[in-house]
Design a protein around this ligand. Structure first.
Ligand SMILES: [Zn+2]
Length: 319
């Protein structure tokens, strides 16, 4: 029997031991390599583009030789104004990519011995940077689409006589959302969050190539897709897969997302759900990469991602 990929030695190419043994200098070097690969890890002034800078090693900063602007490796990126050490940041990234079903802010704050608020914002900044990878992506070939309701749980009353029909709109909390997934068979994954599943139609029209063959389940709102794509339908009450029609790739994404939300995060607010969904999609798309490659990928995405409008100063605005 072949070994599951995640159990094989190939899947492990970086460890927390290595991260903490490498020390601050080497961790800083790694961030520089990923920020300025075109200059071999040497700083490039973000203000004037000059490729020569003095090092202010004591403060881990640089000063541009041309315009004297002082900057650090994280200036202008989503990690700007960081207080955490580079080793801790790298450790956070390794912990994040090691969690095949994501990682909760509570667990991350315990592992890193930092405040919960710090871990919460850091994890979300990392997720935002990861999601940028698929921002302009269009899907081709065979694309499976489906929707999954998340959140808005209504606790049933203790006494049976007090219980309500939780399916009725008047008892809904307004927090329930649908994660729409579009997934190429053997390929990439895109997600979106909407209030109702039929709102997914517009998104699918925008993100899926008109030449693609779309597979969807029997839900009647998907009927509209027939006007735009070649569509194959599968009735799940009869079979999960029939004559090549199935949405099993979409379902396997939802399986990861449900485990992530149910087992790690427990409660996700509707306004952040799209970040958890994008994280789960990223994990699916990179499930065969070893953890060293995943960690480098995250560092590189983070270094290429601008300051976040949502997460910069989040706790100053949301106390
Ligand atoms: Zn400059």
């Amino acid at each position: 029997m072949s070994t599951h990929f995640l159990l094989s030695a190939k899947a492990r190419s970086i460890s927390l031991r290595e991260v903490f043994c490498m020390g601050e200098e080497k961790a800083w070097d790694l961030f520089k390599q990923m920020r300025w690969p075109e200059n071999n890890g040497r700083p490039i002034c973000p203000r004037c583009g000059c490729t020569e800078a003095y090092d202010i090693a004591t403060r881990r900063k640089h000063k541009c030789k041309a315009c004297h602007h002082q900057f650090s490796v994280t200036s202008g990126t989503i990690l700007a104004s960081r207080k955490m050490s580079f080793t801790d940041l790298l450790a956070a990234i390794v912990i994040l990519v090691n969690g095949a079903k994501g990682i909760s802010a509570l667990q991350l704050c315990r592992d890193l011995d930092c405040q919960h608020k710090t871990a919460f914002v850091l994890a979300h900044k990392l997720r935002e940077a990861l999601a940028a990878e698929s921002k302009n992506r269009t899907l081709h070939g065979i694309v499976e689409v489906d929707g999954c309701y998340v959140g808005g749980h209504i606790r049933p009353a203790n006494m049976a006589k007090d219980r309500v029909d939780r399916r009725l709109a008047k008892y809904q909390t307004g927090k329930r959302r649908v994660v729409i997934v579009m997934r190429e068979r053997n390929g990439k994954t895109l997600t979106a969050v909407t209030k109702y599943e039929n709102e997914g139609i517009e998104i699918i029209k925008q993100r899926v190539s008109s030449c693609a063959i779309v597979h969807a389940d029997e839900a009647s709102h998907w009927d509209e897709l027939h006007g735009y794509f070649e569509v194959k339908r599968i009735n799940h009450q009869q079979a999960y897969s029939h004559l090549g029609a199935c949405t099993n790739w979409a379902e396997s994404f939802f399986s990861r997302l449900r485990l992530m939300v149910g087992g790690q995060h427990h409660h996700v607010s509707p306004q952040h759900l799209h970040q958890y969904a994008a994280h789960a999609a990223w994990m699916e798309d990179h499930r065969r990469d070893d953890n060293g490659k995943l960690a480098r990928n995250v560092v590189s995405s983070v270094m290429a991602h601008p300051v976040s409008r949502i997460w910069k100063g989040y706790w100053q605005r949301n106390i």
